[in-house]
Each structure stands twice: as C-alpha cells, then as structure tokens.
Design a protein. Structure first.
Length: 382
C-alpha cells in the first residue's frame, strides 16, 4: 500500500520537536521523591500484582555497596515497578514525558487536569480546563504545541455543556476556543489528537452516539479532521480526512513509516484502520467488540488496548514486502484491569493508562499509568 514519504518525514520531525519541547517536564519531576501530591487515594485496598519479569527488565541493578532506597509510604505506592503513575482520576490521553518512558503526561478526563509524574511522584498539574465529564466526556485529548518550550501552549479536546471543542491552554489564562461545534452526546465523545507537523493538528472525533452524523458532511462528529488555523477567533472549517468513525476513536501514527493508523468502536464491531491517500482502509475487525480504547505503532507492530477484555493485542504493521495482516496476538492479559489510551515511544516502549474507576474493579492505586516493553515484535511471528 502507498505511504506518502513527506507525511512520514513530517511525523518524525514533529515527534522529535515535541520531545524536545516536552523534555523540560523531566526536570520538573526529576528532583527528590515527594509523594505528598499523590494523597488523593480513597480507602486503601489490595495492590496490583507485582511483575517479577518486568522488575528484572526495567529496574536498575542496585550497587552492591548501596542498598536500594525504600519506597515512600502511603496508599498510592504500587509495588509493581512498571507502574509509573497512581491514584489518578479516570484517565483519557497519555503521552511520554521523556525518551525512556519513565515520565508520563496524562489527562484526567473527569477533572480536566493534565498531569505529569513518574514513579513515586510528585504529580504536577501542567494545565486545567473546565469540562463537562458526563458520560464519557470531559478532558478527552491533548497535544503540546510544537514550540512548547517557548510558548508553553497546550491544545486540548474537551467537552463543555454545549459541545465538544478544541481549546488552547496557556499558563495563567482562560482556555481559548480554536474549533467549536463538535457534537457531543451521552456517549461517543472520546477522540484523539496529535501534531502531524508544526502547522497541522490531526484530530479524531467520536460519533457522539449518532452514526448518521458521522457519515454526514455537515457534521464534525465521527471524523478525522486536519486543523491548520489556531487563532482564538472564528477559524475556517477544518479539512475532513476521514468520515464514518464510531466511538472512542484513537489515533496511532507510525513514526517509522509515516502511516496513520486509527481504531474505533463501531455498532457491530471494533476496527483497526489505516488512512491511505484514497481514504480509510479496514485492516482488522473484532466482531466480539472487546472495546478497543487505545492503539500504538512501534517496532513493526500495531498494538491495541481493550477495556472489556482487558488485553493488549499486537498485529504486524503491513509493509510493501509483507502487506498481509496476521491475526492479532494477545501480549498482555488481565493484569492491570480495564485499559484505556496508550502511546508508543520510538524505542518500542509503551505507556498505557487504566480506566478501572469507570469500567473495571479499581484497586487502591487506580487509576494508573504503566510503562511496558512488549515481549517481541509481531514481525517475528510472520
């Protein structure tokens, strides 16, 4: 299948630029551990199961002469070394805050907060937007300005009492609307966004519970949009890249190939699709509807996270040499509960968030963000 090289170059450049902008977040959280900001846990309960194999892979080996420092006390300390954020409100978008995946930036859907943290904290709020968190609305997605290190701007997809909209968040200022009038519904509000280039913001919107709106050219629901104007007054209508999307749409661009993959939940099946020059193409469907909530592309594989079946599943990323898709393989099963959004780093590490407070059986440290290295690429199985 064709893949425009220019898009791939823009995607890779944007990812590098975003990392250079966001890397300053690392210094904000790299001081001595301070767990006082994570005391929002409710009643203490059972911790999540520890993962000995992950501990061996991801924990630094202590010096023979220096015993490892004990973890800080408190109900928000998860013994699993892969867990890098705890005691969050119900989550939405997640992205890495450094190039090793030790720092995360995560959206609390129900509070409107964008939080950065790492294992043992502290949690720091980068921005907050007033949101209507009814149903699956709220703070849905966010993207750092390509020049974040200079302007400290964050763009967010949020739900208000009247609509879903894109706003610009600046320190010490009220949210400024960039694109308004995206339909909202009792369900079907969840979408996704990322900067494809410094001047192109790709935004996926849910169908707001109305499949007809997703297919209608007059509606901004159920679409992949290309936003190129970022003024805080009336902006031109964005270009529509794809229509007919379902609910809980997640975008997962591949930095290696420049290809844009996306997943959604349809009325009869969950789907993984690719955006080609001719339009969307379905790569795989799940008639059993596991409730795909996130997707990520890395190291020759496409990963999806599921809420109902509590899986991460992997498929091979198609190439010109190997265009066929092999059946998805379950690479993580029912270890962290109901899973939400996920993101891939260029080194193959994934970060994913749980949504147990909304859809699962929360433990005392939920909701969480997990840093996880998949066992192997699906290309090895083709």
């Amino acid at each position: 299948m064709g893949r425009p090289t220019a898009t791939g170059n823009r995607t890779r450049t944007t990812r590098v630029g975003t990392f250079l902008a966001v890397v300053s977040i690392l210094f904000m959280v790299s001081g001595c551990a301070d767990f006082t900001d994570q005391d929002r846990a409710k009643d203490a309960g059972a911790f999540s199961a520890n993962n000995e194999s992950a501990a061996k892979k991801e924990q630094p080996r202590p010096s023979p002469t220096e015993p490892p420092a004990p973890p800080p006390p408190g109900p928000c300390v998860d013994p699993d070394p892969a867990v890098i954020a705890t005691c969050l409100a119900s989550t939405a978008a997640v992205m890495p805050g450094d190039d090793q995946g030790d720092v995360t930036v995560v959206a609390e859907r129900t509070t409107g907060k964008i939080i950065t943290t790492k294992r043992y904290g502290p949690q720091r709020v980068l921005a907050t937007a007033p949101v209507d968190a009814a149903g699956d609305g709220g703070l849905i997605a966010f993207a750092f300005s390509p020049t974040y290190s200079q302007d400290r701007l964050i763009y967010a997809l949020i739900t208000t009492p009247s609509d879903n909209r894109i706003v610009r968040l600046a320190p010490g200022d009220v949210p400024k609307p960039i694109l308004v009038g995206i339909p909202k519904g009792a369900t079907g509000n969840m979408g996704s966004m990322y900067f494809r280039s410094p001047t192109e913001l790709v935004v996926a919107t849910g169908n707001a519970g109305d499949p007809a709106a997703a297919s209608s050219p007059a509606s901004l629901a159920g679409k992949i949009l290309l936003v190129t104007s970022f003024r805080s007054d009336a902006n031109p209508r964005p270009r529509v890249l794809a229509s007919g999307l379902g609910s809980n749409v997640s975008l997962c661009p591949s930095t290696a190939s420049g290809t844009l993959y996306f997943a959604d939940q349809g009325a009869t099946e969950d789907r993984l699709q690719v955006l080609e020059p001719s339009g969307p193409k379905v790569l795989w469907t799940w008639p059993d509807r596991p409730q795909i909530a996130g997707c990520a592309a890395a190291s020759g594989a496409i990963y999806v996270s599921t809420t109902r079946t509590q899986h991460i599943e992997a498929l091979n990323e198609p190439t010109r040499q190997k265009p066929a898709i092999t059946p998805p393989a379950v690479v993580l099963e029912k270890r962290y509960g109901a899973l939400g959004r996920m993101v891939a780093l260029d080194n193959g590490i994934l970060q994913f968030a749980t949504v147990n407070k909304e859809y699962g059986k929360p433990v005392s440290t939920d909701d969480r963000v997990v840093k996880w290295l998949p066992p192997s690429s699906t290309e090895d199985r083709t």
